[in-house]
Design a protein around this ligand. Structure first.
Ligand SMILES: Cc1cc2nc3c(=O)[nH]c(=O)nc-3n(C[C@H](O)[C@H](O)[C@H](O)COP(=O)(O)OP(=O)(O)OC[C@H]3O[C@@H](n4cnc5c(N)ncnc54)[C@H](O)[C@@H]3O)c2cc1C
Length: 381
């Protein structure tokens, strides 16, 4: 029997488990369905920024357990013609490895009594007046009051609601060897002080699937042009000695006109997948969660049965607040990527100069401040 407040979350990646904890602690009955048999082992390192951490801090003792390194600052440096040059310094963040961070979020969701069903790929959604019935690839079905699609870049929920569209390959691939932004001629590396590092280059499309390259492919990169000693600040050596190398394409998708249909709504990468050049994908997913939960509570404080009309109000307010904001960030991230990886010495010098200037630029400082001071000053969730 379906309770009125049962919520199906599709995807136990980064957003799903966090949303589940907030739903559970605020009177709903969430269940997560994940297509993989368990937490993904591979994956990139990423940076949690103040706006995302602010949302996570609403879950008691979670931030203290984040398995990452607090970063004291961001350094941009460049090496052209063998000359090492520091371009600009910046701010405090936490660098995490996706697998350990995801595991913490899953353990936290379980601690709060959230059920996670692995090996359940959602393939079909059938909506009625008060419920949504979800069918999974293994033949099982479940029904809930509403569904939140947290199923990432290749979201089935999104396809089901709005049809198939082409993902936009940004023309770059990132090679993760394990926050210094290190620019070179036709290349860019972000290095996080946790164990390993990242390089972004232009290259052939490599679908992002959180998996490792085989040993031969990894050796090809270790011994390839990115390990040249002429790439300064020890960057070439980091490539040469990297223990694990993952290569995947960097994608975004065109802006959607709407994020929901009936009783199904999108959140996180399913709604607004972004190339990672602003490091805001997961952080924005956490902002989505904050506002979604705040609006759900505002319109339905007792977490009672939600009429379609009431749900429409929640979904519309959530979408109106978030759609434009996130699409601007997706565009901004793509522009950053274009700026970072340029080829030819003249273009590289122009890039270095542009980056150097940004440190003195009030507009950029204001934009960063605005981004990191979200999504709330006083918790209204
Ligand atoms: C190279 C790189 C670097 C990045 N760096 C940063 C960074 O520094 N900071 C930052 O904030 N973000 C960063 N990101 C983005 C960040 O990883 C994503 O924004 C974040 O993972 C989105 O979380 P999500 O839960 O929406 O999607 P995901 O984490 O992708 O999770 C989706 C989950 O849904 C599951 N799933 C998919 N389809 C189905 C289905 N049909 N049924 C059931 N389950 C399904 C998937 O298996 C997966 O577990 C980076 C991304 C990349 C690629």
């Amino acid at each position: 029997m379906v309770t009125n407040t049962k919520v199906i979350i599709v995807g136990a990646g980064i957003a799903g488990p966090v949303l589940a904890v907030f739903l559970k602690t605020r009177g709903h009955d969430p269940i997560i369905y994940e297509r993989l048999p368990g937490p993904a082992e591979g994956g990139h390192v990423f940076v949690l920024q103040p706006n995302g951490i602010r949302v996570l801090s609403l879950i008691p003792e979670l931030v203290e357990q984040i398995p990452g390194h607090p970063l004291d600052g961001l350094i941009h440096c460049s090496c052209l013609d063998g000359v090492e040059d520091i371009l600009r310094f910046g701010f405090p963040l936490i660098g995490v490895r996706r697998p350990e961070f995801q595991q913490l979020l899953i353990d936290t969701a379980k601690k709060y009594g959230v059920e996670i069903k692995w090996s359940h790929q959602a393939i079909e959604f059938e909506q009625s007046e008060d419920t949504v019935k979800v069918t999974f690839a293994n033949g099982t079905k479940d029904t809930a009051s509403f569904v939140v699609g947290c199923d990432g870049l290749h979201s089935n929920t999104r396809i089901t609601l709005f049809g198939k569209e082409k993902v936009d390959f940004t023309g770059m691939v990132r090679r993760r060897l394990s926050l210094v932004n290190n620019f070179g001629n036709g290349r860019h590396m972000i290095a996080y002080p946790i164990a390993e590092d990242n390089i972004t280059t232009r290259g052939a499309e490599a679908k992002e699937d959180w998996r490792m390259q085989n040993e031969e492919q990894q050796n090809g990169i270790r011994n390839g042009p990115f390990s040249e000693s002429t790439w300064g600040f020890g960057t070439g050596d980091l490539v040469k000695t990297g223990q694990k190398i993952v290569k995947y394409g960097l994608y975004d998708r065109p802006k959607l006109e709407s994020w929901f249909k009936g009783r199904i709504v999108l959140l996180g990468d399913a709604a607004h997948p972004s190339s990672p050049h602003l490091g805001q994908g997961a952080n924005q997913a956490f902002e989505d969660i904050y506002h979604f939960m705040r609006l759900l509570r505002k319109h339905n404080p007792s977490a009672d049965q939600l009429s379609t009309e009431l749900l429409l109000r929640v979904f519309t307010d959530y979408q109106d607040l978030r759609l434009l904001r996130t699409s601007e960030l997706v565009r901004g991230a793509r522009q950053q990527g274009e700026l970072r990886v340029v080829e030819g010495l003249d273009a590289c010098r122009a890039r270095d100069e542009a980056i150097r200037k940004v440190s003195d630029n009030d507009a950029a400082r204001k934009a960063r401040h605005e981004m990191w001071s979200g999504p709330f000053t006083e918790n209204e969730m």
